[in-house]
Design a binder for this molecule. Sequence first.
Ligand code: 5AD
Ligand code: SF4
Length: 436
Amino acid sequence: MTKTVYIETYGCQMNQYDSELVKSILIKENYEIVTDETLADVVMLNTCTVRDNADRKVMNRVHEIKNRRKPDPVLVGVLGCMATNFKTKLLENPSLRIDFIAGPDSYKELPRLIDEVSTTGDKSFDVTLSEFETYSDVDPSREDGANAWIAIMRGCNNFCTFCVVPYTRGRERSRTPESVIQEVKRLVAAGFSQVTLLGQNVNSYRHETTDFTELMAMVSDVPGVRRIRFTSPHPKDFPKKLLNLMAERPNICNQIHLPLQAGNTRVLDAMNRTYAKEEFLALVDDIRATIPGVALSTDIIVGFPTETAEEFEDTMDVVRRVRFDAAYMFKYSERPNTLAARRLKDDIPEDEKTRRIVQLVDTQRPIYFEKNKELLGTIQEILIDSESTKKNTGEFQGRTDCNRVVIIPPGDYRQGDYISVKITDVTVSVLKGMPV
Ligand code: 5AD
Ligand code: SF4
């Protein structure tokens, strides 16, 4: 009998891509993917463990799913980074009632794991990490959309001291350029015109003699690819030749996500980021000189152990000087086993972390507004990514080359359409446009 499966995805874009791989693997084994959790025989949560609140959300969801379905049996599986981080502890906890777990390198084992628990009733698991698995032979099952994610590498070797990813996703390994290009060509044939190349640290991509810039050039050469994005590069070794390529190629978007994490050099050193404040600022200058109009976004952690209020001022200083187009800010969250957790006490009080976040948000707000005002009256090409469903107004939303969301009035548009719009109205957080 066909089993029905529902997958819920948490965390980063890599997880979204992985869920598409999982769907493809299960469809091949005759599973049916459903979009209603209450109709599923098997519910899988593809999880993130990068911060503590991510863990908690998932624990609550497992309870909710099991309780709602009483007395019907439903199998609940935990996939992804929580599986490799907590391993069989997740199964030993009787109050959690998880039936199987699979780590990021074990998705090909899922049909066997589900069979095992359904036939024997014994909980099943596979959380081994691989040095080789890249899933190059699996064609992800994507929803129709404007953008397709493509993982070009997996794992991370950087060991930033706060980060659990090297432990949950294992060692760095890159796909062959041929398999990436084949995937891009299939995507174009299926109607996608924007691809986003993913890796924990894309500048480390290397397969034999092909590096990341060469891979980008190959993707950019595929006919039909109108927009290419990538995330994330590491500021420590951003290649100059990639900047030159971005400046030359119209189909590589003028947008870079460049995680700062902290502005103070001593804190950066304690984080093992291996760049100094001045080096980050110099890189930003170089990026802006090479690619005029480029949009820069970043990630920032406040309250890393031992970070003083004065050292935090360096983060504020970088934020004021760089004027990021988007900044994602996080309170430091101690993750078991990381170097920071082993060496340093999580010593910045919660209310001080909150104070620092609030200060950053207050600094960014006028920057966002001014940047939006600069766009007023300009013509932008947007790629329609969906109907903007928030208020059910029939309005559509699309993204500019720089990845800014623009809302436009209802009309006869389809996901994937490119439309020229004039920016007519801006607030701190929203750009509105009219087709021209
Ligand atoms: N605490 C807070 N934020 C973290 N991040 C990664 N690990 C932690 C942690 N332990 C943030 C970083 C990273 C983003 C994906 O999540 O800013 O760039
Ligand atoms: Fe974590 Fe650093 Fe690797 Fe990013 S580069 S995944 S922050 S260890």
